[in-house]
Design a protein around this ligand. Structure first.
Ligand SMILES: C[S@@+](CC[C@H](N)C(=O)[O-])C[C@H]1O[C@@H](n2cnc3c(N)ncnc32)[C@H](O)[C@@H]1O
Length: 319
């Protein structure tokens, strides 16, 4: 699957980039260095639109699509986008749930909120979108929402604050989606967020098939991958030679009630051999390496369709 930006968002970004200066390449290089050191976009907002937004959009879309698959009746009306930046996650949410008609972009950066407002003005569904300048560390007041998302936001917060920020987001959320870079530190933040959510009584809808302790042991980490096309500006800014990239991400989705169907999660690309398929799974019993032999016929045929990040049904119930 390749996740492209909606045409309205792509067009709004292109219009903005035509207006502002074209020095993305330096901005992109600086931004990449900044993120490696764990910083924030600072002045490189337009480079962010070219080099990071398409990837964060794709990752959030993958998480939202999983939520929509798991909870097909979920039809959120209001969304709080915490650490919205240019509003990336809200655009992804709107693509998945046309039911959304109240969107709030919350961010501590006035510059990013201005960009979120400008991009949103091109989509009638965002006509009533609200921008609020809020610092999630200062417990600024946040509106309640059916769906709260924090996409790539915790990466910019001190590690020691993860639990406190999770508590304040969970207070206003019916359903909470956290997405982070699919790196060991990104996963560490997701794991900390998950632990706090479970302490608060949340049910984990994805990617975990349970709310037992996470069975992943260092140096392993739970992450997934999504492919996205690269625009010409993106290729130019990144000096890239292929017209796509794979964004690695980690995520957790928390809901107020139990999720009805329990499945096991595929934690790595299935390893397809001539005689068998080897799977790395997260199950109710913990991590499992499972082999499906070709002689198993139907099971082998089904296993061939499995993908990293997807899931398969088990006849077991959550404890
Ligand atoms: C990497 S950007 C992600 C933006 C967007 N969610 C996305 O997925 O593209 C992180 C965002 O978090 C915001 N942020 C960082 N610390 C924050 C805080 N304490 N309170 C509110 N927003 C914050 C930054 O201003 C920035 O917009």
């Amino acid at each position: 699957m390749s996740v492209a930006l909606p045409p309205e968002l792509q067009a709004a970004i292109s219009r903005r980039l035509e207006r502002v200066s074209g020095g993305f390449r330096e901005g992109a290089a600086r931004l990449s260095e900044t993120y490696k050191k764990g910083g924030s976009a600072k002045d490189d907002f337009d480079a962010y639109l070219v080099t990071r937004l398409p990837a964060t959009y794709a990752a959030v879309t993958a998480a939202f699509e999983e939520l929509s698959r798991i909870a097909p009746d979920f039809a959120p009306k209001c969304l709080l986008d915490a650490g919205a930046g240019p509003g990336t996650a809200s655009w992804a949410a709107r693509e998945v749930w046309k039911s959304l008609d109240e969107v709030t972009f919350a961010d501590k950066s006035g510059a990013f909120l201005e960009i979120a407002r400008e991009l949103a003005s091109s989509l009638p569904a965002f006509a009533n979108a609200r921008c609020i300048k809020a610092d999630v560390l200062k417990e600024d007041e946040l509106p309640k929402a059916d769906l709260v998302v924090a996409a790539y936001t915790f990466a910019e917060l001190p590690e020691s604050k993860v639990a406190a920020v999770i508590r304040s987001l969970w207070t206003v959320a019916q359903t909470l989606v956290i997405v982070e870079p699919g790196t060991p530190p990104g996963f560490a933040r997701i794991r900390a967020a998950r632990e706090e959510l479970i302490r608060q009584g949340a049910f984990i809808a994805a990617p975990c098939p349970h709310r037992n302790a996470c069975p992943i042991v260092d140096p392993d980490w739970c992450h997934f991958s999504v492919r996205l096309p690269r625009s010409r500006a993106h290729m130019h800014a990144k000096k890239a030679s292929v017209p796509f990239e794979d964004e690695k991400f980690s995520y957790v989705i928390a809901m107020r009630g139990p999720v009805s169907s329990r499945e096991v999660r595929i934690l790595a690309p299935p390893h397809v051999l001539k005689a068998a398929i080897n799977l790395k799974l997260c199950t109710l019993e913990g991590l499992e390496r499972r082999t499906v032999a070709r002689r198993d016929g139907g099971a082998y045929k089904s296993a061939k369709k499995l993908v990293w990040g997807g899931s398969m049904r088990e006849m077991k119930r959550e404890r």
